[in-house]
Design a protein around this ligand. Structure first.
Ligand SMILES: [Zn+2]
Length: 537
């Protein structure tokens, strides 16, 4: 279940090859060419503006291209396979060659595994191109394209047309204005994780910083591994709520735990003596440089000041605010970039890159301890009803209905939660699951998730733990923060919950909308269907 390090990673062989992706998968109608319903006539093929030039830029960057297209006109008898091949020959004549065509000939009544939103075409295309779905990005114009990409663990970029529904735009992990815009974004993201000036030698001790919760620490893992690959030693400064996650990360040699009052959600007053002790502790690390990771609404500058006072000679951080002499490398990142790539791009700005063979994916140490509980020998799912932030938790009564629906569909359901969530897990598990609330620490939870077919969870730490283990996630995602930044990274995912709810982008810790509609409306039947899509059979 642990992520394979080398499968399909062309960058391991060729440093000039793309770092994040091996392939771009493209929807056909409405994305590459004008959508002419059930078109079997090559004369009616009209490329969308800028498509040829955009595709040629991807080809020049070494990315392989495939088309992934639902063609239910075949099942319905509106055109023949021969007509379709003539259309595709015309498309290649106008837009250049594609390395693979993945086509679903069925319609909705066939219940096949390939018709988008099912992930079958993405799996097929990745296999045909010699890579894995997580190293593919899919560009398409409707929600079905995005859902297929996510369910396979690929990246999705939506290019809306006038027929794209507003809720499909709201749910998309990323949105570009058109195909050339999506290509700009793909190439920009890829460039951002490569150092402009790679280091010649290894750094000595590097202090990396990531405060806040377990999930924040986990999504910073790839950035920390990049630093570790170019340093003799890595010390990680984290907060009390991130400590357990820090202990699971590869590449960390020393952990310093300290609450930072400008980061914590419920901060203590600033204590000058405490700040003096922290400064002394940071000086004792003897770091020759520091890389301060933050999320997009946090400031690195207060800590940068303490690091300067501790004598750290080189400091790198993301800062829109003017840093004066606090930073040596001031990095800036556009909104919407997935958090793990945001961290990797800061590491790259500081001169650090993942080594050949290490993928830009979340990963845990290989030597996790065994859980304190006996796990079922048979297949099981995990439902984790709690969340580190209340606004991101699905209401307990709805979680109980989800457990009941999954149990009725024949699943064995384990309900997990931290020591402070025993009452919650007992209540949710009573609907038909096994209550494991408070029985494990984070490492034990990782072991449970490693054996699970699927995890049902909100936007909180265990979602990222599952991503690091390759366990698919049904994400009950409150839209208080952008899905594209905080979705489980590069793991098969189904997004549920109202993406357009009034709490969208508020970053609220407590839901500001009466009735918590973004998650209280999740239909348990859709969770059952999501599990079937992610873990069939
Ligand atoms: Zn199909």
């Amino acid at each position: 279940m642990f992520t394979s390090l080398s499968q399909g990673n062309h960058s391991a062989m060729n440093p000039s090859a793309p770092a994040l992706y091996d392939a771009v998968l493209l929807d056909r109608d409405g994305t590459l060419v004008e959508d002419v319903p059930y078109n079997g006539d090559p004369e009616k093929v009209r490329p969308l503006p800028g498509a040829r030039e955009a595709l040629d830029r991807l080809r020049a960057a070494g990315l392989r291209l495939a088309v992934v297209t639902n063609q239910s006109g075949l099942a319905r008898g509106y055109f023949t396979e021969r007509d379709m091949h003539a259309v595709h020959a015309r498309i290649e004549e106008l837009l250049g060659p594609f390395d693979h065509w993945a086509i679903c000939p069925h319609d909705d009544t066939d219940g096949c595994a390939c018709r988008k939103p099912a992930p079958g075409l993405v799996h097929e295309a990745a296999r045909a191109l010699g890579t894995a779905p997580r190293r593919c990005v899919l560009v398409g114009d409707i929600g079905r394209d995005m859902a297929a990409a996510l369910a396979a663990g690929a990246t999705g970029i939506l290019v809306p047309t006038p027929v794209t529904r507003p809720e499909e735009v709201a749910e998309a992990p990323a949105v570009a204005r058109d195909l050339p815009g999506a290509v700009d974004e793909i190439l920009r993201r890829d460039r951002a994780v490569r150092p402009v000036a790679p280091r010649t030698g290894r750094a000595g001790t590097v202090l990396v910083v990531r405060s806040d919760s377990a999930g924040d620490v986990l999504v910073t893992g790839p950035g920390i591994r990049a630093v570790a690959a170019g340093a003799e030693r890595v010390a990680l400064l984290c907060g009390p709520r991130g400590r357990a996650a820090a202990e699971l990360l590869p590449g960390v040699d020393e952990i310093i735990e300290w609450p930072l009052p400008w980061i914590d959600g419920s901060p203590e007053p600033v204590d000058p003596d405490d700040m003096r002790r922290l400064t002394a502790r940071l000086a004792a690390v003897g770091a020759e440089e520091a890389v301060v990771f933050t999320s997009f609404h946090q400031s690195a500058l207060p800590l940068a000041l303490l690091l300067r006072m501790a004598g750290v000679p080189r400091i790198s951080a993301i800062s829109d605010d003017y840093p004066g002499s606090l930073l040596d490398v001031r990095h800036r990142v556009p909104v919407g970039v997935p958090e793990p790539e945001r961290a990797l791009s800061l590491a790259a700005a500081a001169g650090f890159a993942l080594p050949a063979g290490d993928e830009p994916a979340l990963r845990l140490r290989a030597d996790l301890p065994a859980p304190a509980v006996d796990l079922p020998a048979s297949d099981y799912l995990v439902v984790h009803p709690g969340a580190s932030v209340p606004a991101r938790a699905c209401p307990p009564e709805r979680c109980a209905e989800i457990v009941a629906a999954l149990a009725a569909d024949g699943h064995r359901v384990l309900v997990t939660g931290g020591p402070g969530e025993r009452e919650l897990t007992a209540r949710v598990a009573a609907a038909g699951g096994t209550d494991l609330g408070g029985t494990t620490d984070l490492a034990g939870l990782a072991r449970i998730l490693a054996g699970a077919r699927c995890l049902v969870v909100g936007n909180t730490g265990p979602a990222h733990l599952a991503a690091a283990l390759g366990t698919p996630v049904v994400s009950l995602f409150a839209p208080t923060v952008p899905f594209g930044q905080w979705a489980p990274y590069r793991v098969p995912t189904v997004r549920l919950g109202d993406a357009g709810a009034a709490c969208r982008d508020t970053r609220a810790a407590r839901c500001p909308v009466a009735g918590h509609p973004c998650l209280s409306g999740v239909d348990p039947a859709r969770v059952v269907a999501a599990v079937r899509r992610l873990a069939p059979g």
